[in-house]
Design a protein around this ligand. Sequence first.
Ligand SMILES: [Zn+2]
Length: 388
Amino acid sequence: MSEADAPPPGADPDAEAEGGSEEDSDMELLRNLLARTLGLGTEPPERVLDELSLAGIARFMQSERCRRVVCMVGAGISTAAGIPDFRSPGTGLYANLGRYELPYPEAIFDISYFKQHPEPFFALAKELLPGQLKPTVCHYFMRLLKEKGLLLRCYTQNIDTLERVAGLQPEELVEAHGTFQTAHCLRSSCRHQYDLSWVKEKIFSSLVPKCDKCQSVVKPDIVFFGENLPSRFFSLLQSDFQKVDLLIIMGTSLQVQPFASLVSRVPASTPRLLINKEKTGQSDVFMSLMGFGCGMDFDSDKAYRDVAWLGDCDEGCLALAELLGWKKELQELVRKEHAAIDAVAAPEDTSSASGGDPTSRRGRTDGSGGRAESGGASSEQRGDDKEP
Ligand SMILES: [Zn+2]
C-alpha cells in the first residue's frame, strides 16, 4: 500500500548537482501532490494506527508494519543540552554581538557578509561551539531506535553535532543545515579540509581560522544563508521518504524550508508523530483549498495518522520509551554515556576551575534519565574543549 502511493522514482539526473537541486526537489514535491490530487492512487489512505495517541504509535512501532523510522529534528531537542536556538533573533545571543555593529542580526550567518567580516561569526562560535556539551535524552532515544534496527535516517536541522556525539553514524544522518564537525578553506581553488579540533583551537584563541596552505578564511561546514543545502539532503530524501513507515518529528516548528516540506513527502498511510512544545506543520488554508492534504492534521474529523505529543522533547521520548518498554534501557544508556563524557572532562576541571562558579561543575547525572540540565547553560559553554 505504501509503495503504491509513492510516485515512481523518476530519473533525476540533476538531483546531486550543486545548483538547482532545491528546485528539482520542489518539482518532485509538486509532482507527488499532483499525482495524488489527480487520482493516481485514488483509494483513501489506509489507517494503520489503532488510536491517534502516543500509545497507538507505540503499538504500531511494535508491529511488523513498522520497520523504517525517519526522525526529523530541530533546535528543540538540543535546548536541554544548553544550546539555544541561536539562529533566532531574540535569544539574547545577537544582543551580545553589539560591538560588531552587524547591519542586521542574521548577517552573522550570511555568506556574503561572512566573507567580508568573519569575526562576528567566530565570536559567536566561541560561545556556542559544540563538543563540551551532552546529548539529551531525545538524542539517545534516536540512538536506541538505531540499536533496535528501526532508524532509517535522522534528518537534523541542528549543527551542534550532538547526534554524532550520541552515537549516530554519519551515514545515518542528514545534517540538512551542515555541521561543525568539518570545515573547509573558502578559497575555491584550495578547499582544504580541517577538522573540528583544529577549528576549535583557533576559535578558543580568539583567532579567525586561516588556511595553513593559502591563508584564506576557513569556514565550518554549516549552511549559511545564501548557500545550498548539502547535496546529500536532496539525494537521500528521494528514497528515504518513499519507504518510511513512521515519521517522528521532534523539537522543530517546521518554519524553515525546504526542511519543513519533508513532512509532506511520506506515503499517505505513514503515521507522523510530532513531539514538540506546540502543534505545527498543519496545512495552510491555501493548500487545503487546493486539495493538498499534505499538512499535519491532528484534530479534524479526517485526522487518521497524525499524533501530537505536546511538551518537552526529552519527556516525550521518555513517555514513548515507557510505552515501548524501553524506558529503563534508555535511562541506563543516558547515564552510562553521560558518565563517559564526564570522565573525559574531569581531568580538565581541576586545572580550569577558575572563577569558582559553583554551578560550573554539574553533578553526576542521576539515573532517573531526566534532564541532564535545563536552561542555564552559560556555565558549561566555555569548558575546556574535549573531543567527544
Ligand atoms: Zn586554503
